[in-house]
Design a protein around this ligand. Sequence first.
Ligand code: ADP
Ligand code: MG
Length: 354
Amino acid sequence: MRKRNRPDLNKYSKISFISLLILLSLVVIVITVAVVLRNPNMYNDYETFSLGTYVHLKISTNSNPDIIAKEIFSELDRITEKFDPYKEGSILYNLNHSDDWYEVDDETFALIELALRYAKVTDGAFDPTIGRLVELWGFSSYSEKLAEDSVHVIPSEEAIKKALDNSGYEKVELDYQKKAIKTNGVWFDLGGIAKGYALERAYQIAKAADPECTGFIEAGGDIRIFGPKFGKDFWIIGIRNPRGTDSIDYIYLKGGSVATSGDYERYFIVDGERYHHIIHPRTGKPANGAISATAIADDAISADAYSTAAFVLGVKDWLFVRTVFPKNNTEVFLVSPDQKIFKTDGFSYYEKIY
Ligand code: ADP
Ligand code: MG
């Protein structure tokens, strides 16, 4: 009996050894596959409050997503602080309160120079020199939270005229050698471009850390895409109904950027009339030719500037938007005050999955 049992025991231990080996190899294979496939399928989500709005970062990366998120969020905070023109001591505050040539750092000069270029291309619909009007209308706070609490008074025609006289991008002089700016009385407000700039910086930080990263960053309705979903699919983006909470259209993007300017983000109502934060640089009053304007562009700065400009131009100047914006690689979706939809010819390209 004993003799017969011995070879059996041997056999069993051999079998269990082999199965252990198989099991171990299986574990190794599963772990390897998981590691290889992990990145395209795993998204990390981060949220913060910056740029006066809620920010959502969704990223998949081979690098450490926590570190990237931290770096991006501190960059957004830096930009929020730096380019707040109404905060005493900030670079824009100092520039706005100087009455001579004022030297600025490279970043500020580049951003202002760029903002002035958008002003030219949009025939002044986008105008970064309307700071006095923004302040006059009580929208000088960057934060949606603070804007809600402030007291709202409709300015007098006289006050509007005075602020208008001290606004206008054409008044500004630039010295490219000295990186100096002469405002000639206007107040810079980069609110129509700062969010886009910040999102573009976020994109640069993410790509510098990991060129293969995918995902997106969203701040108060503006989105900069890092790369396709799971490395291959479209991101589906809803365009918000400006008079509801649902979506009135969907677009599909694998890259680039989309921004929406609406009269529903920062506004107050007096005697049934809505007063919001996007000023028509010709009238000095909140623009009333649209209730929302969405722009799709290659980068977040363009999307931000052109969405603000399209909002200002509105239905009345739709022909200008339709002809000029696509030539600058920007497609527009506009909702008129009577809630009709206008789209540039190339917009439909983003409404389908190819
Ligand atoms: P949001 O910041 O709500 O997304 P926008 O991108 O359209 O909206 O920017 C609006 C901000 O831009 C305003 O709060 C103000 O700081 C600034 N702004 C207002 N009117 C204009 C204008 N005509 N051109 C450029 N900037 C503007
Ligand atoms: Mg904008």
